[in-house]
Design a protein around this ligand. Structure first.
Ligand SMILES: Cc1cc2nc3c(=O)[nH]c(=O)nc-3n(C[C@H](O)[C@H](O)[C@H](O)COP(=O)(O)O)c2cc1C
Length: 188
């Protein structure tokens, strides 16, 4: 099997990571990988914000406040879990999508392009020796969350978080499904 496929097949998500995270050179490669995702119409819909080190735990406070502002307070156990999770994460990439302003490309296709970019980042991070975790678990779907994080409330839709770093504990090998359960032939 090719080195590329070996790397791809070995990737697995790890939620609880710590420093070291990607340095500037590694982050540059990870972001270069992001913008190589397929993107119908070259919309370039991906919008990212980098949150590093000491700023990371404050994401929980932003989500808590957004929940209160919308009269949808986050459950205490979710807040506690997020504080534990983000207390040691060295880098979070905030994920957002700006759909085609001219309406040529359907918005869902731009979301798919952002998702493909996130997958490229996960794989690039893995190839560079880091682990990551893609999450929507912290206030992602609150109406005001994107704006609270600095995204344009009119046309940049917040999509969640990509946390990157080094596993706190070595992960057990991930079980993977048998693709044959999901694949069929089609004949004319
Ligand atoms: C869009 C998206 C959002 C996700 N949000 C969460 C989340 O909030 N909490 C969670 O436990 N896993 C979440 N996951 C799943 C993890 O990122 C991860 O895929 C899962 O733990 C399986 O790990 P694997 O990548 O090694 O298969 C999300 C995945 C995607 C694609």
């Amino acid at each position: 099997m090719s080195d590329f496929l070996n790397t791809l097949f070995a990737r697995q998500s790890v939620k609880f990571v710590q420093a070291p995270g990607p340095d500037d050179a590694a982050l540059d490669l990870i972001l270069q990988a992001a913008v190589r995702a397929p993107d119908h119409g070259a919309v370039h819909p991906w919008r990212f914000a980098l949150v590093r080190g000491a700023d990371v735990p404050a994401l929980v406070d932003v989500a808590v406040q957004a929940g209160l502002d919308e009269n949808k307070p986050l459950p205490a156990h979710k807040v506690a879990g997020a504080r534990t999770w983000l207390s040691r994460v060295p880098l979070v990439i905030l994920l957002a999508c700006r759909p085609d302003p001219h309406g040529r490309i359907r918005p869902e296709e731009s979301r798919l392009a952002v998702g493909a970019a996130v997958m490229n980042m996960l794989n690039a991070a893995h190839a560079l020796g880091f682990h990551g975790f893609w999450s929507t678990g912290l206030g992602t779907y609150l109406d005001g969350m994107g704006a609270a994080l600095g995204f344009d409330p009119l046309d940049e839709h917040f999509m969640g978080y990509l946390a990157l770093g080094t596993p706190i504990e070595a992960p057990a090998p991930a079980a993977r499904p048998d693709y044959r359960n999901f694949v069929r032939d089609w004949h004319a």
